[in-house]
Structure formats: structure tokens, C-alpha cells
Design a protein around this ligand. Structure first.
Ligand SMILES: CC(C)(COP(=O)(O)OP(=O)(O)OC[C@H]1O[C@@H](n2cnc3c(N)ncnc32)[C@H](O)[C@@H]1OP(=O)(O)O)[C@@H](O)C(=O)NCCC(=O)NCCS
Length: 184
């Protein structure tokens, strides 16, 4: 697979840009907040080394073309979240989307704004046919966010994740390129 070269996406309030080593502290702040990771696939981070690993893996994913991750930067130059396109299946033109927003910024439609730009890029420049998301069934904000972006609820998979001694189901939501185009 070929490498992903840096891509910047601009929205009204945010700049979406590739991550680098300077983002380590901001990424740690995001993923060490227990409330933010309540429905995530791992427990809250407790060591800065986890943020270093995350950045190193992100850079590796850019280099090997396996995932695209953007930092969401606001007008004050603060990193307020991340969005990732991953699990690329080139043959079938699909991937998954994941996202995380820092708690002070919830409920202000920042993620909706960021995902619109990422979906435009995915269905436009990347020519994807389908984008999927795997959501904890109790994550009402995330389900609502995706349904507002025209994702459809397509499945409920039982007992798919073990996190911190708790087993949880997944809701699978999917969006097709034609759904996105006809809605925009
Ligand atoms: C889920 C998350 C991304 C939502 O981002 P956000 O910027 O706060 O959401 P938005 O403001 O864009 O809102 C999108 C929709 O969700 C709704 N919403 C937001 N918070 C909500 C909540 N707590 N409960 C129910 N609906 C909620 C909004 O009303 C809006 O719907 P509407 O357009 O129909 O009114 C954010 O809360 C987050 O990062 N949480 C922690 C990490 C996480 O759970 N990531 C997703 C894992 S898959």
C-alpha cells in the first residue's frame, strides 16, 4: 500500500491536520480522561508512554497507508480531538471511522463539522464506497451524531469488546457514498 501524504482539511471552526510528535501531550490529555473513553475500546491511559506509542503508530500508519488520522485544531491552536479512517479494504473501497473529542468541547457540533469534512474527503478524493462505525450501544451522542450524518444502523453484534473487565456489544452503522451524495 502506498503512503498517505499529509492532508489538511479546513472547516469553519477547525483545521484537520496530520499528527506529529508535538501532539503527544494533547493526545495524552484526550485519552486519559475517563469520561471521554467511557465507551472506547480501551481503558483511560495512565502513562505518557501510551501517547508516545499512539503517535508512533499514527506515523507508521501514514507511512504504510493503513490509516489516516487527523488532529482537530481550533482557532486557539489547541488540539481538541482526533478523527481516524482505518481498516482500509481497497478492493471493496471501504474503511471504518473513529473519533474522539475533548470533554470541554462536547455538544457544540464540533465533531459533526469535522466528520463532514472527513466524509467528503473519503467519498470524494479517496473514492470510498462505504464507511462503517462500531459504537457502544449506550453511546447515545455518537449514535445520534452518525445518524445525523445519514449513517444507517445496520447491525447489533453481541459481546464484542472486553474493556476493563466489562463485556460490551457493538452497534454497526454504515454510510454509502450514494447516501452521502444524495443528502448533500
Ligand atoms: C460522541 C462525540 C464525538 C460527539 O461529539 P460532539 O461534537 O459532542 O457532537 P455534536 O455536537 O456534533 O452533536 C451531534 C449530535 O449528537 C447529539 N448529541 C450530542 N451529545 C449528546 C448526548 N450526550 N446525548 C444525546 N445526543 C447528543 C447532538 O444533539 C447532535 O444531534 P442533532 O444534530 O440531532 O441535534 C463526543 O461526545 C466524544 O468524543 N465523546 C467521547 C469519545 C467517543 O465516545 N467517541 C466515539 C466512539 S465511537
Amino acid at each position: 500500500m502506498s503512503a498517505f501524504l499529509p492532508v489538511q482539511l479546513d472547516t469553519t471552526r477547525l483545521t484537520l491536520r496530520f499528527l506529529d510528535d508535538n501532539d503527544t501531550a494533547a493526545i495524552y490529555a484526550l485519552f486519559s480522561d475517563p469520561a471521554a473513553v467511557r465507551y472506547w475500546s480501551c481503558p483511560a491511559w495512565q502513562e505518557m508512554a501510551q501517547a508516545h506509542d499512539y503517535i508512533a503508530q499514527t506515523l507508521q500508519h501514514y507511512a504504510d497507508g493503513s490509516a489516516l488520522r487527523w488532529a482537530l485544531v481550533n482557532g486557539e491552536q489547541a488540539v481538541v480531538g482526533v478523527v481516524t479512517l482505518y481498516h482500509f479494504d481497497r478492493q471493496n473501497a471501504r474503511c471504518d471511522v473513529g473519533y474522539m473529542l475533548a470533554r470541554p468541547y462536547w455538544g457544540q457540533r464540533y465533531m459533526q463539522e469535522a466528520l463532514k469534512a472527513v466524509l467528503d474527503y473519503g467519498f470524494g478524493t479517496l473514492r470510498l464506497h462505504r464507511i462503517e462505525a462500531d459504537i457502544h450501544p449506550d453511546n447515545a451522542a455518537s449514535v445520534r451524531l452518525l445518524q445525523g450524518l445519514h449513517f444507517r444502523l445496520e447491525g447489533h453484534l453481541r459481546e464484542r469488546w472486553f474493556v476493563d473487565g466489562e463485556i460490551s456489544d457493538s452497534l454497526i452503522l454504515g454510510l454509502l457514498a450514494r447516501d452521502w451524495r444524495s443528502a448533500n
